[in-house]
Ligand binder design. Sequence first.
Ligand code: IVH
Length: 683
Amino acid sequence: MSSEATLSAAARAAELRSALERANHDYHVLDRPTLSDAEYDRLFRELREIEALHPQLRTPDSPTRRVGAEPASRLEKTPHLAPLLSLDNAFNAGELRAWETRNARIAAEVRTAGYTVEPKMDGLAVALTYEDGVLVKGATRGNGIIGEDVTRNLRTIREIPLRLQGTAGAIPELMEVRGEVYLPLSGFQELNARRAGEGQPTFANPRNAAAGSLRQLDPSITAGRPLRFFAFAMEIAPGNRHRLDMRTQSELLRQLAAWGLPVNPRFRHLADLDEVVDTVEHLERERETLDYEIDGAVVKVEPLALHAELGIVGGREPRWAIAYKFAPSLATTRLTAIELNVGRTGSLNPYAVLEPVEIGGATVRLATLHNEEDIRRKDIRVGDRVLVKRAGEVIPQVVGPVVEGGELRREPFQMPDHCPACGTPVERPADEVMSYCPNGACPARIYWGLVHFASRGAMDIRGLGERTTQQLIEAGLVSDPADLYGLGVEQLLGLEGFQQKSAENLIAGIAESKDRGLARVLFGLGVRHVGETAAELLARAFGTMDRMIGADIDDFAAVHGIGGTTAEALAAFLAEPRNRETIAKLGLAGVRLSAEQASPAEGPFTGLSFVITGTLPTLSRKDAAVAIERAGGRVTGSVTRKTDFLVVGEDAGSKLEKARELNIPQLSEADLLARIAADVDRS
Ligand code: IVH
């Protein structure tokens, strides 16, 4: 290596060290992060790589040798029984596999010994000291060796047991339970709303709010914050005389739970890394549904004996555990405007226009604001810095404002009293949180109504997307769903972008939709409060549209599963002449307005059985399954001799191996779609 290269590496390492130190201080001491987790991880990795390449550049005080920042000084310091460790990160399935491969060189059994997967709580680590089962001390992580004494604060968290359950003989004389203190999202929003109301600065995110709430000199402040706790590890003092029957990580978690400590019920014990990969990916998709922030999953080798064998790297990271990190899902940015969308039911849906911000690898410019009441409750105002959340396929949402004390703010948001699309005065039904445009002929309602009518769960009209819908309306060809069925190829040829073939395809797609049945027509009509499930229940109960038209509110409400609000909305919808006319036109056009007994689809895959594994390039597994079922096939969960095809995507695991063993033919997503399309062309 040339000395020049070493020189620039030295400069870069110094730069990285000071950036990381500063970030550590901001995060751990000030509870005010200045780098995103992803950015921190990237710098950290870069520094570690430089140090690995140039060992002479390692310094004893490098952030790569430390676990956190020095604790802040206001609280008493207290040493931990054993260091609180950090975790190495993996950002994709390949890095998880590389981790296993490294471990297998030390202990080949890891490949078959099993793993646990636990959600990685995004809170703050604490160590609880129990002496003969009694809580005597609680400390924050601090620098990993010495933490801050927050015993009195931790005692205010109700689910942390002051005394463990079980006989004294079964509890070690001295041990530390490790876990994470966190603030649920609902608690976070409540806390911020309260603070905003009192004119105090709000917290940037739940983790900061949890840390700020716990690291208080006055425990009565902590007591007023809805903090929660999950335990996930323990450290037993040497010389313990009690026998504990724990051989694996999942037994350890069960032991913690048996002592009365809260353990995250979402932990899983899995046979091998393929299952681990499936599970962490599943958890990432589920992330949005949880009432607490997780930033990844922690994967741990199951047998505790292997933990000892695999050991700890650099006094900092155990080899037997790794954090699988999700793409970050929270960011703050400026709210530049609040605009309104008029939905198909006439609801005025506010949405946020944001200064573009990167979240989880995508640039977010728009986010939902739910409704007027939500905006008011969270006190979100144009010009505020706001916390934005995004995960997976879900529409990004504004969680709440991040207001600095003393900032001048604009006036609270006001819902307009006229529809922004057609100017009709809006209505706000008593005990509803939404305002509505009551005009059935409102162009925005017609547009969204058509988009909804043609959508997947409704009439599923192939080839009719938002752009084409817009064109059809602008050309004056359709103004209600029934008009679609009167369209001909000639009319479409007059529209920009249409050729003979594409026009014929759209007409065929429309014709195909005539037979979807009553439930989907009903759902497609976009009656307020009538979702897919309600539509299905109503279609089954009444059988035909005629019978529904002849019924009244009480008849609707008598259907099991249909509530008063839905019954009322449906009766009002069917009473409206405009809607009656649409329904009559649909019937005349040959759209089936009756329910049917479900019979399996006929198609190119009739009688064939499929298994789907791995991540497909464009389709979700559910979409692929729907496509197969529409073509007459069956989709099952595991590969057996009876499986006819395995549909394979990225990162396929044990199912692929099994299919190879059994000589089962494989299909890519492209193969699958080609087979379905080939048949459509023939028919
Ligand atoms: S295990 C080796 N399990 O993540 C034991 N940690 O980046 C190390 N964390 O300090 C911890 N959820 O604060 C473990 N289920 C979980 C966790 C978890 C959150 C935090 C913990 C730890 C940090 C490591």
